[in-house]
Design a protein around this ligand. Structure first.
Ligand SMILES: [Zn+2]
Length: 176
């Protein structure tokens, strides 16, 4: 990761992305952002050198429509960590005498597809085969089942950084 990259935060300090120093400079010149750390790097300017902070923050909050976090079966498994949303069963646990592997888990549509349910973050949850079979084409309450948590869209802080990144970024990013 280039040291000339800049971490862009929303007004509420959530990371929005990693941008080029040119885009950072353009946001700075338009007064859209302010520095969010003391660390900066120098850029040769026409008349004087310009200091660009390694973390900048938007002055006004922008509503981000969760770009980049598209729904997919794999993404739901990652969000739920392969834990059944109905009984809490997880890989390594036993079900009907068998040790469960991640590949044994299924995606349950809370409002079933057959009844108009869509593949969205709020309508899908990881489920073990037994719970999925038991629920079938019913709503959880019709099947006498209860969700252990409310399925939500993952937060944009899923932005994961690794390797040689500026120290100033670390408090804002999950390190992977
Ligand atoms: Zn289950």
């Amino acid at each position: 990761m280039s040291t000339a990259s800049v971490l862009l935060l929303n007004a509420g300090y959530e990371p929005l992305g990693i941008i080029t120093h040119r885009r950072a400079l353009s946001l700075m010149l338009r007064g859209r952002v302010e520095p969010a750390c003391d660390e900066s790097f120098e850029m040769r300017g026409a008349s004087s050198d310009i200091h660009i902070p390694t973390v900048i923050r938007l002055r006004y909050y922008v509503n981000v429509p969760q770009r980049g976090i598209h729904w997919s079966r794999q993404a739901v498994f990652r969000r739920d960590q392969y834990i059944c949303g109905y009984c809490g069963l997880k890989p390594g646990d036993k079900q009907r005498g068998q040790v469960m592997k991640p590949g044994d888990f299924t995606i349950d549509h809370i409002l079933p597809v057959s009844r108009g349910g869509k593949s969205t973050w709020g309508n899908t949850v990881c489920a073990c085969p037994v719970c999925n079979q038991r629920k079938a084409d019913r709503l959880p309450n019709e099947a006498g089942m209860k969700l252990l948590w409310e399925p939500k869209t993952p937060r944009s802080t899923y932005l994961v950084a690794s390797g040689d990144i500026p120290a100033s970024w670390k408090i804002y990013l999950k390190m992977g």
